[in-house]
Ligand binder design. Sequence first.
Ligand code: GLP
Length: 258
Amino acid sequence: MEIIIKRDAEEASLEAAAIFRRQLREKPESVLGLATGSTPLRFYELLAAMGRAGELDASRAVTFNLDEYVGLSAAHPQSYAAYMRAHLLDHLPVARWHIPDGQTADIPRHCAEYEAAIRAAGGIDIQLLGLGSDGHIGFNEPGSSLGSRTRLKTLTARTVADNAPHFASPAEVPRHVITMGVGTILEARRCVVLAFGKQKAHAVAAMAEGPVTAMVPASALQMHPACALIVDEAAAGDLQRRDYYRWVYENKPAWQRP
Ligand code: GLP
């Protein structure tokens, strides 16, 4: 895993946006895996700005989001479909986008079709990920099988509490979600994980330096051949080998930089 420690969330978001810009320049028809949450908001703003400036063209790209709340329609303001429209899709045209349907009548079938659509698109070229404070990716809570596929999950009380500020009250946060599995995520050709703030420091250290365990689903990314973890100073606070990661980044060959 490549660990990039940036001064702040702005610098980290810029690094991630530059990686996606390079990906789209090299392969305009890229299949992008996208994430929600507060972490990637600035990243999406930067992508949209790059699009407006003509630095990036996503019009041939296809996107797949990681997850969606069960029970929320795409029009519900807290749905991830609404989030994606507001923060990216209304500002950066893409060829096709996909988000799990939180109102599907047949969840297992819809999940199988979502997996099939990813395969039919040629697989995900680059997957953006945030990190839950309990080490989840997508909505794969601790205990998720590291081989799991897109399916129904029940949120932990902690994730419900973490996401409650986005809803009128904690009671309104859906308990169930549809999420790509850890196994689905691991099949992406590249992964880029963003984590900011000291409330993520413990999860960042467990993900990158702890054992690979279902108790920290993000730790499965240690098995991924091309995963970059981009953090700010606060989120890097619990990493044992911070100085080494900085050294690696300072000495990174020019051809590897975005
Ligand atoms: C949610 C999302 C994840 C996200 C995580 C962290 O549970 N399903 O995709 O990475 O929370 O959210 P935030 O970026 O708001 O801290």
